[in-house]
Each structure stands twice: as structure tokens, then as C-alpha cells.
Write a protein of this length. Structure first.
Ligand SMILES: [Zn+2]
Ligand SMILES: [Zn+2]
Length: 112
């Protein structure tokens, strides 16, 4: 009797029709699966569209907004705290982002 040829599931190797068993169906990548890099690029595109080549600045860091083409996306809510890139970010210049990445606090001067 003609039927779909059974092939091993590409994930677990069990025989299945269509190359995948019911336990491992093909899953289309959704927005949540996009790597951060793609999300960052979209954010930067929108930012340049709506705001322009402007570093948003961070007043706490004595860093007011200024024009620059060297922009990068900075997380305000790290994922460790349950945040996502989409719900907590700002667009700042690369040098400011590098400063923030060190975790160094400028007010922490020795002999204060
Ligand atoms: Zn399988
Ligand atoms: Zn800046």
C-alpha cells in the first residue's frame, strides 16, 4: 500500500513520516528567537529614523545627549532581572556604552 516513506527523525532518529517524529515537529523561528544582534539593528534603524544620529546620553553619568554616528544599544534592564531587549534599552554612543560596561563608578574616588 502506498504511503509516505518512513524516515528517521532528524532530532532523535526514531522512524517518522516527513523526517520528524511528533515529539520534534518543525518549528518556525519567531521574533523571540531572533538574536540580540538583529533586535539591536532594528532598534538602531528606528532610532535613526525617528531621532537621528544622536546619543541619548545618561545624565547620571554626566553625559548629556550629543550627535554622533557611532551609536550602540544599551540594556537598561538586564535579562537577569527579567527584562528583555525590547522593554528596556536606550541608544548611546559606543564610548559611553564601554564606560557603562566596566561597572566602574566615577564617584568612587580614593580618599573621597
Ligand atoms: Zn524525534
Ligand atoms: Zn554619548
Amino acid at each position: 500500500m502506498p504511503s509516505h516513506p518512513a524516515r528517521p527523525c532528524v532530532v532523535c532518529g526514531r522512524l517518522a513520516t516527513g523526517g520528524r517524529c511528533p515529539a520534534h515537529p518543525y518549528r518556525k523561528p519567531g521574533p523571540r528567537d531572533y538574536p540580540d544582534e538583529r533586535a539591536r539593528r532594528l532598534i538602531l534603524e528606528q532610532w535613526r529614523d525617528q531621532v537621528g544620529n544622536i546619543c541619548a546620553g545618561i545624565p547620571d553619568r554626566d553625559h548629556p545627549p550629543h550627535p554622533t554616528p557611532d551609536l550602540t544599544v544599551h540594556h537598561l534592564n538586564p535579562r537577569a532581572h527579567g527584562g528583555t531587549l525590547q522593554d528596556g534599552w536606550t541608544v548611546i554612543c559606543r564610548s559611553l556604552n564601554a564606560q557603562l560596561g566596566t561597572g566602574h563608578t566615577p564617584g568612587d574616588t580614593p580618599g573621597g
